[in-house]
Ligand binder design. Structure first.
Ligand SMILES: Cc1cc2nc3c(=O)[nH]c(=O)nc-3n(C[C@H](O)[C@H](O)[C@H](O)COP(=O)(O)OP(=O)(O)OC[C@H]3O[C@@H](n4cnc5c(N)ncnc54)[C@H](O)[C@@H]3O)c2cc1C
Length: 253
């Protein structure tokens, strides 16, 4: 993980959305045409400083930039918004994250009130990538090492399924690899039958992106047709996502 602290420039114009998993688009040198999503790990409105934590991996404009960045370089940034939104009656929370989502989880925990009860399952590359999680909340955590994160199959979805769910209403937040996000959403929505306001499940990145994009292009029309017909049937957002997930499954994507 490479932390970069941004300061100066147009940061005086940045307005935090106030949501702890808030994300913005960063535009990278040389010309800003390459843009990637990152989480605002820390925003100090007085000092006009922003921390971004980059999970460094092989390949990639953003990861390469972060690994080589030196003081004085510049990035473009967009407005920010986030998803984390536990219902007020949630008596417990489960946060599921790989390396790319660890910055969001760390900030969610730092801003959590002491009355909250939360379990984190975090999947990191090596034991050295574990981070100290700081929170006032009642926290328990499970760390998975050596799986996922582009280094092998992710065990996050399996670990979530085997975690004994506490009784009473809860909330689950997941962010990580896109295919894993589909498995987790299916578990929550279809196996557990939870309503959509009890979870937020986000695909942050895609394993073997280049190969996936090439294969997607070949079936793009089928996937878009599935989305269009779900939309035309005035289905809600999650039903449209079901239709797209099913079409991707059929295409082996
Ligand atoms: C809402 C949101 C918030 C995010 N916040 C963060 C954050 O705070 N920190 C962070 O590190 N990432 C974060 N991400 C993920 C980040 O946007 C992606 O990992 C992005 O693809 C990185 O761009 P890149 O240019 O490095 O690689 P790309 O050009 O997108 O991909 C190059 C190659 O690297 C692989 N790859 C991409 N990402 C990863 C990864 N994480 N692990 C292993 N292999 C990968 C691809 O499959 C591809 O083969 C966030 C994503 C979203 C949607």
């Amino acid at each position: 993980m490479q932390r970069i602290t941004l300061a100066g420039g147009d940061l005086s114009r940045f307005e935090s959305s106030g949501t702890p998993d808030e994300r913005l688009l960063l535009a990278f040198p040389p010309d800003g045409t390459e843009k990637r999503s990152y989480t605002v790990r820390r925003w100090d409105a007085d000092a006009l400083e922003m921390d971004i934590d980059f999970a460094v991996h092989a390949g990639g404009t953003a990861a390469l930039w972060a690994a080589r960045a030196r003081p004085g370089e510049t990035l473009g940034f967009s407005t920010a918004s986030g998803w984390y939104d536990p219902p007020s009656d949630a008596g417990w929370q489960l946060l599921l994250a790989d390396m790319a989502a660890l910055p969001a989880v760390s900030r969610i925990l730092e801003e959590m009130p002491s009355s909250d009860r939360v379990h984190v399952i975090a999947e990191v590359t090596t034991p050295e990538d574990r981070q100290r999680l700081v929170t006032d909340a009642k926290l328990t955590a499970t760390w998975l090492h050596g799986s996922g994160n582009g280094a092998g199959s992710s065990l996050l979805a399996e670990a979530a399924r085997s975690w004994p769910l506490p009784s009473g209403p809860g909330y689950v937040w997941f962010a990580g690899e896109a295919k894993v996000s589909r498995v987790v959403r299916r578990w929550l929505r279809h196996d557990l039958g939870w309503p959509a306001d009890r979870y937020d499940v986000l695909g942050y990145w895609r394993e073997n992106k280049e190969e996936w994009v090439a294969r997607y292009e070949a079936v793009r029309e089928q996937i878009e047709a599935a989305a269009d017909s779900a939309l035309a049937a005035s289905k809600d957002f999650d039903s449209v996502r079901d239709a797209v997930d099913a079409a991707l499954d059929r295409a082996g994507l």
